[in-house]
Ligand binder design. Sequence first.
Ligand code: ZN
Length: 65
Amino acid sequence: MSVKTCKFCGEKLKKDWIALHKKLLDVDAKEYFCIFCLADTFGCEVEDLEIKIEEFKEQGCILFK
Ligand SMILES: [Zn+2]
């Protein structure tokens, strides 16, 4: 399995960030943004997205398994 990197900045992606991108933007996406570029895209803080990730996990979202 190849290492995925952010489409914008080249940051190495964490599994949770890919799941978050799918959840928030496009479930069929082939390219992903890192959490920093996602925060820029949505005009929010990285911390807000980290909270979201935890919420989705608590909800049992299959993307975050
Ligand atoms: Zn990025």
